[in-house]
Ligand binder design. Sequence first.
Ligand code: PTJ
Length: 250
Amino acid sequence: MSEIPKDHPRYASLLTREKIVEGVEIGITSQQGLVAQGRGECFDYLTGEQTTASAFLAEKVSVAMLLLAERPVLSVNGNAAALVPDSLVKLSDVTGAPLEVNLFHRTEERVNRIIDHLKDNGASEVLGSKADARLELQHSRGIVDSEGIYNADVVLVPLEDGDRCQALVDMGKSVITIDLNPLSRTSRTATVTIVDNVVRAVDNMIDLSSELKGLDEAELRKIVNDYDNSRTLSDAVRQMIRKLEELSDT
Ligand code: PTJ
C-alpha cells in the first residue's frame, strides 16, 4: 500500500482507494471494482463525505430489521471485502447475521480468497462456497447458498448492481443496500437504502446494534414501520443539490 501522510486533507478518501487497489492486488476485488469505487467517490464528494441525518436513520432502521429478522444474511462482494472486512465480521457477530460471499464477476478462486480473508479478519464461518441454490438471474450473482441468501428473510447487499436486488425483493425478502448513488437501480429497488460510504455505514451500524439491542420487539417494529425509503432517497438527492448550490456560490 502506498504511504499516505496522515495530515493529507484527503487522507480518509485516499486510504479507502488504496484498500481497493490492494484488494485487486491480492485477488479479492475485481478490476471492475475500481471503477465502482470511483463512481462511489464522486457521489461521496457530493454528500460532503459524511453520514447525513437521513443516512443515519436508514442505518438505524436497517439494524432494527436485522435484529428482528429470523434468517438475516450479510452479502459480501469484492469491494466490501477489501474495504471493511473486520467491520463486517463484527456486524455479523452483533446482529447474528451470517456472512455470505456473493459475486457478480464470480470465480471459485475469488470466492475462496474472500472467505479466507474474512476468516483472517475474525469470521468463524462464511457461506457462499456451497453454491447449491439459484436466484432467477442469468449471471453469477444468482449463485447462492440454500442455507444463506436463498432462504433469508432480510439481506444486506452493499455496493450492488441492480437486478439481484430486484430478484430478492420479488422473492418477498427485505433488502437493505448501502449505495452512495441514490439514483441507482439498486437504491430505487431496495426496501431500505443507506446512501453512505460503506466505510462509515458499517461502523455506525455496529454502534447502533449495541444501542438497539436494549429495545423490545415492539419498539424495534415501530422504528421499522415508521420508516419511508422514498423520503431517504429524496433527502439524499436534495443534499447533493444543496452541496452543488453551495459550491456554485463560492
Ligand atoms: O466483487 P463483484 O464481482 O461482486 O463486483 C462488485 C462490483 C462493485 C464491481 C459490482 O457489484 C458492480 O459493478 O457494482 P456497480 O454496478 O458499479 O454498483 C456499485 C454501486 O456502489 C455504485 O452505485 C457506486 O456508486 C456504489 N459505491 C461504490 N463505492 C462505494 C459505493 N457505495 C458505498 N460505499 C462505497 N465505498
